[in-house]
Design a protein around this ligand. Structure first.
Ligand code: NDP
Length: 293
């Protein structure tokens, strides 16, 4: 029976530590950290994520400013809002909730966010730094997964890590981090829809990380005995929430697994808070204890 990795608990601890830190710092500085979120349109899942982020900020004494914009907002309007927020000394972090409506090209927008306020870690400057082994803001989901591996004492040194999915926000940055010598030193394989024999790769994984956006696509026939599974996916099905992994099917065969909900999701939010506190401290020239990287 697999150990169920309690991402909710790990995330709660991180949030508590941040809360204490903010309490101390805001007395010294005169204000707490502030995260500005831009949400365009009415996409329902985004509404849920925005609410969760707002609640998480509030709970730790972080100010959350929401800019909810009309679906038909023009590129130039959104860019000028971002430029204003870049200049706003009361704002430490800026995020743009994805996905955006089709007329707004994600990359054109993200590259206008100041890299110093890019708490999602999606700006090419921050991704470039990550790539050369000098990470600043690490994208929140990969950062959350690294933290899970650390907290659970899952050895990555020389491990065969197989990642399903090559998105810019999960698969690619995560693969890069895991292969870095001083971070994980793993042997990393990334699979995608062009992968010829998915089973060949998934069945030799010591650690299998699944971020495909395909509900329950991984069953026990696709893993080896004792694999550690990190399930990034999240889907709202009529019977409830599920991940990209068929939890009930694999749970006897895997050594450990992150559940959905309560696995990677809460860690992503915790890492967003952590990145925002980092931006806040950098803003006030307070040394950030970059202990883990
Ligand atoms: P994307 O849709 O951007 O990317 C999905 C990736 O999976 C693509 O690279 C795609 O390949 C690959 N893929 C899809 N189907 C298959 C398949 N059958 N076999 C192999 N590879 C496949 O997704 P995201 O990375 O944004 O998100 C993935 C999942 O994680 C979603 O369910 C999302 O909701 C969830 N998510 C959860 C977060 C959390 O905090 N828990 C945070 C972010 C995402 P190709 O490139 O060839 O198309």
């Amino acid at each position: 029976m697999a150990k169920i990795i309690d991402g909710k608990k790990i995330a709660a601890e991180i949030r508590n530590n941040l809360k204490e830190e903010i309490l101390g710092l805001s007395k010294k500085i005169g204000r707490g950290p502030c995260l500005a979120a831009i949400w365009v349109g009415e996409y329902q899942a985004s509404n849920t994520y925005i609410k969760a982020k707002a609640r998480a900020c509030e709970e730790i004494g972080m100010h959350f400013r929401l800019y909810h914009l009309q679906e038909d907002i023009s590129l130039s309007e959104i860019l000028s809002l971002i430029k204003k927020l870049n200049e706003d000394s009361e704002v430490d972090g800026i995020l743009v909730q994805l996905p955006l409506p089709p007329h707004l090209e994600k990359n054109r927008i993200i590259e206008v966010i100041s890299p110093k306020k890019d708490v999602d870690g999606f700006h090419p400057y921050n991704l470039g730094r990550l790539m050369v082994g000098e990470p600043t803001f690490i994208p929140c989901t990969p950062a959350g997964i690294l933290e899970i591996l650390r907290q659970e004492d899952i050895p990555t040194e020389g491990a065969e890590v197989v990642i399903l999915g090559r998105s810019d926000i999960v698969g690619k940055p995560l693969a890069n981090l895991l292969l870095q010598k001083k971070i994980a030193n793993a042997t990393v394989t990334i699979c995608h829809t062009g992968t010829k024999d998915l089973y060949l790769h998934t069945r030799r994984a010591d650690i299998l990380i699944v971020a495909t956006g395909k509900p329950k696509m991984i069953g026990k026939d696709m893993i080896k005995e004792g694999t550690i599974i990190i399930d990034v996916g999240i889907h709202r099905l009529p019977e409830g929430l599920c991940g990209d992994v068929d939890f009930l099917d694999v749970k006897e065969k895997a050594a450990a697994i992150t559940p959905v909900p309560g696995g990677v999701g809460p860690m992503t939010v915790a890492m967003l808070l952590k990145n925002t506190v980092k931006a806040y401290k950098q803003n006030f020239h307070i040394q950030y204890d970059n202990e883990d990287l």
